[in-house]
Structures are given as C-alpha cells and as structure tokens.
Design a protein around this ligand. Sequence first.
Ligand code: ZN
Length: 219
Amino acid sequence: MNQSALVVFSGGQDSTTCLFWAMKNFARVEAITFNYNQRHKAEIDCAIKIAQEFDVPHSVIDMSLLNQLAPNALTRHDLEIKASGSGELPTTFVDGRNLLFLSFAAVVAKQKGIHHIVTGVCETDFSGYPDCRDIFIKSLNVTLDLAMDYTFILDTPLMWIDKAETWELAEQLGRLEYVQHNTLTCYNGIIGVGCGNCPACKLRSAGLKKYLEKKEAVQ
Ligand code: ZN
C-alpha cells in the first residue's frame, strides 16, 4: 500500500466518507477543495477543519469563474433550492461542475505524481446530474489519460451505494459519529444534523434512519 490518492473534498458527508476510505486504502492522501462562492463559506471552513484534524495536506482552489459561467442555486441567494421534479434537473445542478473539478484535480494530481483521484459521485441516489454517472467518469478517465499522457485512476467508492450504505461505510471505517457531527451537507449551512428541511438534509437523515433501522434489525 504505497500509492497516493487525491480526494476531491467538499467537507460534506459523501466526500468526508471518501476521505476516510482513502486514508484506509492509500499510504498517502491529499485533499483538494474547490471554492466557487458556495452560499456558505462554512462549507470551505468545514473542509479545512477536517483536513487539519486528520493531518491531510489540503489545497483550496479558487473556482469562482464557475459562477460567472453558470449561476445556480448553490451560489445565488436569489435562486430557490428545489428538488428535481419529474424529468427536470434540480436548481442546484451546475453544468460541467464535475467535469471541471475532476479535470483541475487531475492537473494537480499529476504535478504531485499522484495517480488516484477519489470522488464521492454516486449514481444510486441519482438526482439527474449527468456528470455523476459511472459512464461519464469512465469516459473522463480515458480523456484525462489522453490529455496529459499519464495514467489516472478515478476511484468512486460511493458510485453504486445509497445514502444508507454510505452511512454504513462510514461506520465500517470507524467514523460514523465523526461524519454525523462534523460534516456539512445542509443547503442552509448548518453543520452536523443540519436544518432538517432542505433536500440535502432530508436525503441525509432518511439515509441515516434507514441504516440505523437495518442495523437494529440485524442485532
Ligand atoms: Zn438543511
């Protein structure tokens, strides 16, 4: 286990679980966070704090240009956050976000001699984001290899698991309580349990409830 990995890290439940997954599977782990003027600076602070707590080298990259390209409900206070209706993308969708983030992460990884890039994208709780799909990740992996004449491995430990199983993974990694209390998923910027009302909080707490019920049933 002498390989290194770069984790695309937002300080949320999914990417924090990915960070712990990487820490278990790689000898050296670094993290990269993209600042695109998220509604809450708390997200960036949360990512910085977690990386510091676990001594993970961490860089925060300015991606504010993303908001100039594509204003969205995560960065604009005047746009309402709505879950996706039938056949339409939620207002939190940002065209090309994962394409850009993973491409920038790849440039940084190559400079550091890192081949593995870990991302928390997931097709299971698929809210319609096209660049969270496995087929996109596989396609981008080939493109990045060709673009930089370098071998990248895009690792997606959450691709085929749902929110309940993501909690289960955190527990297997011995970090369930840490993830529960120290990560920020809530669109209203409340760390840990969150506001309880936004789509992200509802998904997160429904997943935790499902996992805890399953765990209790087994015991
Ligand atoms: Zn919330």
